[in-house]
Design a protein around this ligand. Structure first.
Ligand code: SF4
Length: 681
């Protein structure tokens, strides 16, 4: 039997088919699905490798006393224990319980988790790990365009641009099937510009490669705008007709002359000029940012700086041009549209908007005044656990915080200070291993649900096999908890029923899914939101006529380069940056257990000049230290990285013990991408 579905990992949500052969499940291509045309990366091809893994959890686990071992328990015992613990915590008030979700959860799970928090628990303390992924681009998109959708056009539009500028994206390794668009673009005569402190596999495809100091992408954008304006390349007609706020931005860019930009970014003036010339002479320019530009304490400002470049050139809204964010996690986009984020209700409604509260409360059958207000962001929430009247109980769905949180040692201490930690997961992740109660849940091919990919395309993952005996779906777990907590609101556990409710809750919101149904998704290879009615075709491309702001115009936002929160000094003289490798995904809880994916463990990439200076040899251990922690790992000596920078992949415990918890003031994105470090052999 063959089932059409999508990959369990990244935001491309590549289409694939699953064939059941006896007890085994084989991944095969689905060539008709347009996003990947049958191509998958090695993570996708091996996705079935986690099924039947010996570490798969199939029974709830409880811990009877602090420091004791986890033991098997029945579902009733485990859920009763959770409900009793949550009730006991909430004697101190509703916000004594916190909820933490994930960007890999389906839309249905994200939606029901938000409802569980706001209705059954009445807590404002909910956020999710997607906050650490795309939130700076989301905030910038909302400020500039009035809407946050990763790409405002289908991914395949890349091939028809004249120039694609990738800022902080290693597309070729993080989303390999998408790299074919860059190849086709170049075959057709187009050009690719890559901005990255490391010469990555993506940079190898670039016509122009700019290698700035980590944390200086905004200065680069200001410098480009300076040169574009000086060359008369600003589209004055577009700026006058479709935007506001350019005068201040123009004034700001005027002070970023090329030599100053070179001093700050390390990018030679000649390269800066060559890039500006390329952009100035191209009718269709597409600027795409990813985590490299966004995961900074100035992430929102950095994205806005690049949006300003795109707007000055008159690109957003033009066919095969504009600005987009390459989202990361499988459902990073949908996850924030339907209520996991501390300030949002379903349909991308804001929780402090009275009309939004009233609409959603009506769908949920509760009084609007019973809904809590705005909570706090992911890191702030974790940092408040177990102290200063912060939450004493935490429910975690689909997140491995111990590996993925910034300044992870501090966050792990906060988790340890809780009275009750509950983790729903498929394996005993590093976070689940700390829990008082572990709830074993279904994975990917064992359940049905929708995901929203980086293009805003809502796709359907269909159940292909029955789950192992003993596990429940996350929806069933949430419904079971709501019932035990005595909630009178309905908590359906059938995904299509949850989706029907989500459609109603999103109707009229910015991310309107009301016209999307499972049947339509099956028939149309996904449906792009907004889709406000069953007969509406969906919206693959945004902004052709107007932007989603009150006056329909895009907003230039005046932003200034400040730089990283922590810069190299005598004690910590190099930059540390973190990122991904092709064979692993996020915290590695899934991919590190897939036998056919190489699990190298962490490593430290450094330039030969730096290696010489500290006496390090390729393959021999080096120690990276920051003000927060230390990591010992083998050196990889490569000439593709800046000599003043070291790189550590974040899929293993360790990298995030080093990273900085400085937050972007608007998006609350932590500064994963740069801090000061020392390295020794
Ligand atoms: Fe596609 Fe991403 Fe899955 Fe790789 S990990 S197959 S790029 S969805």
């Amino acid at each position: 039997m063959t089932t059409r579905t999508h990959c369990p990992y990244c935001s491309l949500q590549c289409g694939m088919t699953l064939e059941r052969q006896g007890r085994s499940l084989e991944v095969a291509a689905w060539p008709e699905f347009p996003v990947n045309e049958g191509a998958l990366c090695r993570k996708g091809w091996t996705a079935a490798g986690l099924r039947g893994h010996r570490e798969r959890l199939t029974t709830p686990l409880v811990r009877d006393e602090e420091g004791g071992e986890l033991r098997a328990a029945s579902w009733d015992e485990a859920l009763d224990r959770v409900a009793a613990g949550l009730r006991a915590a909430q004697v101190a008030g509703p916000d004594a319980v916190a909820v933490f979700g994930g960007g890999g959860l389906t839309n249905e799970k994200a939606y029901l988790l938000g409802k569980l928090a706001r209705v059954a628990l009445g807590t404002s303390r909910i956020d999710y790990n997607g906050r650490w992924c795309m939130s700076s681009a989301a905030t910038a998109g909302n400020q500039a365009f009035g809407i946050d959708r990763g790409l405002p056009f289908p991914l395949a539009d890349l091939e028809h641009a004249d120039v694609v500028v990738l800022v902080g994206s290693n597309l070729a390794e993080t989303k390999p099937p998408a790299a074919r668009h860059l190849d086709r673009l170049r075959e057709a005569g187009g050009r690719v510009v890559v901005v990255d402190p490391r010469r990555t596999a993506t940079a190898d495809r670039a016509d122009l490669f700019l290698q700035p100091v980590p944390g200086t992408d905004l200065a680069l954008a200001l410098g480009l705008l300076h040169l574009l304006d000086a060359a008369g390349a600003v589209d004055e007609e577009y700026v006058a007709a479709r935007t506001t706020g350019f005068a201040d931005v123009r004034r700001r860019a005027a002070s970023w002359w090329p030599e100053r930009v070179e001093r700050v970014t390390g990018v030679p003036v000649a390269e800066l000029r060559a890039t500006a010339e390329l952009l100035a002479g191209s009718p269709r320019v597409m600027v795409l940012t990813a985590r490299g530009a966004e995961q900074h304490s100035q992430g929102t400002a950095t994205v806005l700086g690049w949006i300003n470049v795109a707007l000055a050139l008159g690109m957003p809204g033009r066919a095969y041009a504009g600005y987009g964010c390459l989202t990361g996690q499988g459902n990073g986009q949908g996850g924030r549209e339907h209520g996991q984020k501390s300030d949002q209700l379903p349909g991308y409604r804001m929780i402090d908007d009275p009309a939004a509260r009233e609409h959603v409360a009506r769908v949920w059958g509760v009084a609007p005044e019973t809904l809590p207000g705005k909570g706090v962001s992911a890191y702030e929430l974790l940092d408040s656990l177990g102290r200063d009247h912060g939450p004493s109980a935490l429910l975690v769905f689909g997140s491995n915080i111990v590996v993925s949180a910034p300044n992870a040692t501090r966050v792990t201490e906060r988790l340890a200070a809780l009275d009750l930690l509950v983790v729903a997961d498929i394996v005993l992740s590093e976070t689940a291993a700390m829990a008082d109660v572990v709830l074993p849940v279904t994975q990917w091919a064992e359940e049905t649900g929708t995901m929203t990919n980086l293009e805003g395309r809502v796709v359907l993952r269909e159940r292909a096999v029955a789950p192992p005996e003993g596990v429940r779906t996350d929806l069933e777990v949430m419904a079971g908890l709501a019932a035990r907590l005595g909630s009178e609101a309905s908590f359906p556990s059938d995904p299509e029923e949850v989706f029907a409710e989500l459609r109603r809750a999103s109707a009229g919101g910015r991310a309107d899914y009301s016209g999307i149904s499972y049947d339509r998704i099956r028939a149309e290879h996904g449906v792009f939101w907004p889709c406000p009615a069953p007969e509406h075709p969906g919206t693959p491309r945004l902004f052709a006529d107007s932007f989603a702001t009150p006056d329909g115009r895009a907003r230039f936002v005046d932003v200034e380069h400040v730089g990283a929160a922590e810069r190299p000094d005598e004690a910590f003289p190099v930059h540390l940056t973190t990122g991904r490798v092709l064979a692993q995904y996020q915290s590695g809880a899934q991919t590190r257990r897939v036998r056919d994916l190489p699990d190298t463990g962490p490593f430290v990439e450094l330039h030969p000049m730096l290696a010489d200076r500290i006496g390090a040899r390729d393959g021999a251990p080096v120690v990276v230290t920051t003000r927060r922690g230390e990591l010992k790992a083998p050196a990889r000596v490569v000439s593709t990285i800046r000599p003043d920078t070291v790189f550590v992949p974040f899929h293993w415990v360790g990298a995030n013990r080093l990273t900085h918890d400085a937050l972007d003031p608007a998006s609350k994105m932590p500064e994963f991408k740069v801090c000061a470090a020392a390295v020794r052999a």
